[in-house]
Design a protein around this ligand. Structure first.
Ligand code: ZN
Length: 79
């Protein structure tokens, strides 16, 4: 009888040499795992949103500073 081990994903008995679980379909060898299911896209999307909100905040701050400078220039010209 072939040696078996427990699948770390579904705890079903699988062959010790198995590269892929026959019960849940998970790859036991990371080198064989398809690189489609990387969660990096979500991280990138979050960073993009963060950067976008940061950019909007920067633009608002810059506009406020420019308005304050313009008000100062106008006030100094009216003396
Ligand atoms: Zn499994």
């Amino acid at each position: 009888m072939a040696e078996t081990k427990k699948c770390p994903y579904c705890s079903e008995e699988i062959l010790i040499d198995a590269k892929k679980c026959k019960h849940c379909g998970e790859y036991l060898d990371d080198t064989l795992r398809p690189k489609i299911q990387l969660p990096e896209t979500k991280v990138v999307a979050k960073e993009g949103c963060f950067l976008q909100t940061l950019n909007v905040g920067c633009i608002i701050i810059v506009v406020i500073i420019v308005v304050i400078i313009l008000i100062g220039i106008i006030a100094s010209l009216q003396r």
